[in-house]
Design a protein around this ligand. Sequence first.
Ligand SMILES: O=C(O)CCC(=O)C(=O)O
Length: 274
Amino acid sequence: MPCKLTEAQVAYYRRDGFCFPVPVFSSAEVRDLRQQLETFETRQGHVLQGAQRLKTNLLLTWVDRVIRDPRILDPVEALIGPNILCWSVQFWIKEPQTIDYVSWHQDYQYWGLDSAEIVTAWVALSPATVESGCMRMQPGSHTVRMPHRDLFEETNMLSRGQTITEGIDEARAVPILLTPGEMSLHHVRIAHASAPNRSADRRIGISIRYMPPQTRQQLAEWDSAALVRGEDRYGHFVHEPSPGSDFDPTCVAFHEKTIANLLSFLYKDAAGGK
Ligand SMILES: O=C(O)CCC(=O)C(=O)O
């Protein structure tokens, strides 16, 4: 299975701000990943929720393995270089026939990270189709800063309901269609959105945010990230431990600390949210 990006894919990413589909996991492997997620959900009696959806690499060993998988890191390295920190993991799960959606937004406006070299790998664990509410992206929007407003809507899956107020051309939006086991890569400034899931299956994606170690956090004095490749000569982020087993107590305590820190600025002024 190919795992490096071609020159054409790198050029497409630089020009449009995203590229897809990039094959990562075989169908047997992705079936197994989904099963691990859903077996865990069944065992705990409810779907992955709240803080469990964020930085899940600190809680579940299979997620920690996913963020370090060379089939994800090789394409990421082609875009941001050989030294790579993983700043965040986020599960985006839309249950079948539900109304939750994601408004048009650019990620970098809210994360406090000062680098434009941040890339998200969005890995599909179930089909990402127009019907299931796949992401849509506006090509070339990573080159401009677009105005946003915080709308804090209940059905908006974003922490602040942050929404671009002008400059989106729906007719030019590209649907990011993925089969399970494929991923897309998107630039931290690309404008993107996704509609509700009208399909009969869950729409499950894992966003993994990668950045070079020279990146700084501007909204907090302290922040953490996992060193997943190469070296970190800057020390701007405390390195996250790898869990030796699911819910390893040291990693659970670290998770609590780093999530409280994240929520203090990501959810600032928000009444709640996902
Ligand atoms: O999964 C979605 O629909 C949205 C994901 C997203 O906004 C992101 O990964 O940056």
